[in-house]
Design a protein around this ligand. Structure first.
Ligand code: SAH
Length: 350
């Protein structure tokens, strides 16, 4: 197994999915894997952690993803949409706190036309921040319009690279379509973020290994990995959640394969374990995304239950995140947080 880790470092393209699955299945390699991921992260990116303020501006969604609490069929939640003015005001607050990326996330809500989104982007750009859109699959010409309006990044997780599982979880959608969208976004010049859930029902170590090989081959600029958490108002309500250890292993492996990519310590990880995000930082993650959604909307963006930070005050998450980074032994960066791409591998002592 140690040889496989060395192969990942030296010849990542040659590593097979069954070798990745073996690492995922064995517990005795964990300590080594985590230490190696932190070493690689520090060699490439130092101790800095990028902060991105996220605004969840609408929980309307036309999709039916089996795992998601804001799926169209869920009648148990109140739906909200923030106005253009409200969104811009929140973005101003993010920038006033010295945070230089605004992430705009929502369900798949076509109420916001291509032109409205473009208008929001143009206004927010006046605050001199980078903008990440995370609003799901839209038309290719809309992606183009938004890029021209000033959007910098697009975050659209691939969810699972196991094609069969993808089809089961996403009625009327396919993994292939998702990849076509991701490729288009890259072609248009976005930094592209992907990512997946860990512990989905029907997902085994081989499925997870496919996620790792997908992010390697796609050379993703950001990879968000979080545990699946069953939501009581979805068809997967009785399923088991993903575990802390397996999620940390996925983060660490991603760091070994893509030493210079951006990896967030996700809110979902902080939800299943009180130190989930701190541990993620120690296993290769280098980004945190504090919540800037205002009350009363924040508690309604329930992708999964018991989400942390729901009852925090307006800007508390920005401050709290900085403290979290310090307490984990890292340094909060006030940079825009673009991927700093390395074209050659840096040697490491392992
Ligand atoms: N509509 C946007 C944003 C989706 S929500 C898009 O399609 O990209 C953001 C992410 O939350 C999803 O990509 C999914 O990976 C995650 N998510 C949704 N439901 C979840 C659950 N029950 N447990 C853990 N993560 C979940």
């Amino acid at each position: 197994m140690y040889e496989i880790l060395q192969k990942i470092i030296k010849h990542p393209q040659k590593v097979q999915v069954d070798e990745i699955a073996l690492i995922l299945s064995k517990e005795e390699i964990n300590v080594k894997l985590f230490a190696l991921a932190d070493e690689i992260r520090q060699r490439y990116l130092g101790k800095t952690v990028y902060i991105r303020g996220i605004i969840e501006f609408s929980n309307y969604c036309k999709n039916s993803c089996l795992y998601c609490g804001i799926r169209a069929q869920n009648k148990d939640i109140s739906r909200y949409r923030m106005s253009v003015e409200q969104i811009i005001e929140r973005a101003r607050l993010v920038s006033q706190m010295g945070i230089k990326t605004v992430v705009l996330q929502s369900g798949e809500d076509t109420h916001y036309s291509d032109k409205i989104i473009a208008q929001i982007i143009e206004k927010i750009k006046e605050f001199k921040v980078a903008i990440t859109l995370s609003i799901g699959e839209r038309d290719f010409n809309e992606y183009k319009l938004w890029k021209e309006a000033g959007a910098d990044r697009y975050l659209m997780r691939h969810e699972t690279a196991d094609e069969e599982l993808y089809s089961k979880l996403h009625p009327n959608d396919s993994f292939r379509t998702r990849v076509e969208h991701l490729k288009k976004l890259r072609e248009l010049g976005y930094e592209v973020g992907v990512g997946s859930m860990v512990g989905l029902p029907g997902q085994d170590d081989l499925s997870l290994a496919k996620d790792i090989s997908f992010v390697r081959d796609f050379d993703a600029d950001m990879v968000g990995i979080g545990p699946f958490i069953p939501h009581p108002s979805t068809p997967l309500r009785d399923a088991q959640p993903g575990t802390l250890t397996k999620t940390l292993k996925m983060i660490a492996l991603t760091r070994l394969f893509l030493p210079d990519t951006n990896i967030p310590a996700t809110t979902a990880l902080g939800t299943i374990h009180p130190l989930g995000r701190q541990l993620a930082l120690k296993c290769g993650a280098n980004v945190i995304m504090p919540n800037f959604t205002p009350a009363p909307y924040r508690s309604l963006y329930t992708l999964y239950p018991n989400k942390i930070c729901i009852f925090e005050s307006d800007t508390a998450c920005g401050e709290c995140t900085k403290e979290l980074i310090r307490s984990a032994g890292y340094t909060a960066s006030d940079d825009f947080g673009y991927r700093r791409k390395f074209y050659e591998r840096v040697t490491c002592r392992f």
